[in-house]
Design a binder for this molecule. Structure first.
Ligand SMILES: Nc1ncnc2c1ncn2[C@@H]1O[C@H](COP(=O)(O)OP(=O)(O)O)[C@@H](O)[C@H]1O
Ligand SMILES: [Mg+2]
Length: 223
């Protein structure tokens, strides 16, 4: 379980968010919504150990982030907002490269299967020839090489074709349901959020998203 206890983040004396508490249970998909600049990416970076909260604490299972940063990291898969893969490498070469950096070992067969599981079947093709949706899938596959329990995704389905979007959504659902993963992801697609998420964190000052969610009868964790 992930426990977020009363965290705040301040940049240059300006609070991005404050006193945020929530927990995520195995098998849950939590949506994170809010206007641009609301602090969604910042929150994901805190949960990914890439930044520290100004106040408050975060805990994954029994491990406090402050004391066990390295250990916690082993159990997190993070997909940043910007796609971060090697354009001139094939899908295979990318997977093998990132497997070498991962702390858990995977065979080439397992790596290929990970891609196939989300319908990414361009194993020997160079990344620059792939569609945006395929690149997103590869980025996601890379983040899952070490079998993380907590998966953090920053706009994984933005600007991609509908088919890839649906395939990624279906795959995330499967990961949560069958493998008991904890998933947190940001999106501006409220249909997708409504379909996938059990609960939604709504941040920022604009009531727009909150109103939409309330209308859809979603459980909101807001602040
Ligand atoms: N490293 C940083 N230093 C100072 N301000 C930052 C930094 N990163 C983000 N911000 C500011 O924090 C706010 C939230 O940004 P961000 O988390 O990227 O929002 P979102 O992902 O919801 O669009 C923005 O006003 C942004 O300019
Ligand atoms: Mg962002």
């Amino acid at each position: 379980m992930l426990n977020v206890d009363c965290i705040s983040k301040t940049y240059n004396k300006q609070a991005i968010f404050s006193n945020l508490s929530f927990s995520v249970h195995p098998g849950e998909i939590i949506g994170l919504v809010g206007e641009n600049g609301a602090g969604k990416s910042t929150l994901l970076q805190l949960l990914a150990t890439l930044q520290s909260p100004t106040t408050g604490g975060i805990q994954l299972y029994d491990w406090y982030y402050k004391q066990h940063r390295k250990l916690v990291r082993r159990h997190i898969g993070f997909v940043p907002q910007e796609i971060a893969i090697w354009d001139n490498f094939t899908v295979r070469e990318n997977m093998i490269f990132f497997e070498k950096l991962a702390w858990k070992k995977k065979s080439e067969k397992e790596l290929k299967q990970l891609c196939l599981d989300m319908n990414l079947d361009r194993w020997d093709e160079k990344v620059h020839t792939l569609s945006g949706g395929m690149k997103r899938k590869l980025n996601l596959a890379i983040s899952l090489i070490h079998d993380p329990d907590l998966i953090l995704l920053d706009e994984p389905t933005v600007g991609i074709d509908l088919k890839s979007k649906k395939e990624i959504a279906a795959y995330l659902k499967k990961l949560a349901q069958e493998k008991e993963k904890m998933i947190l992801y940001t999106s501006h697609d409220m249909d997708e959020i409504n379909e996938l998420c059990t609960r939604v964190i709504c941040i920022g000052k604009d009531p727009f998203y909150k109103n939409l969610l309330q209308h859809a009868g979603k459980k909101i964790i807001s602040f």
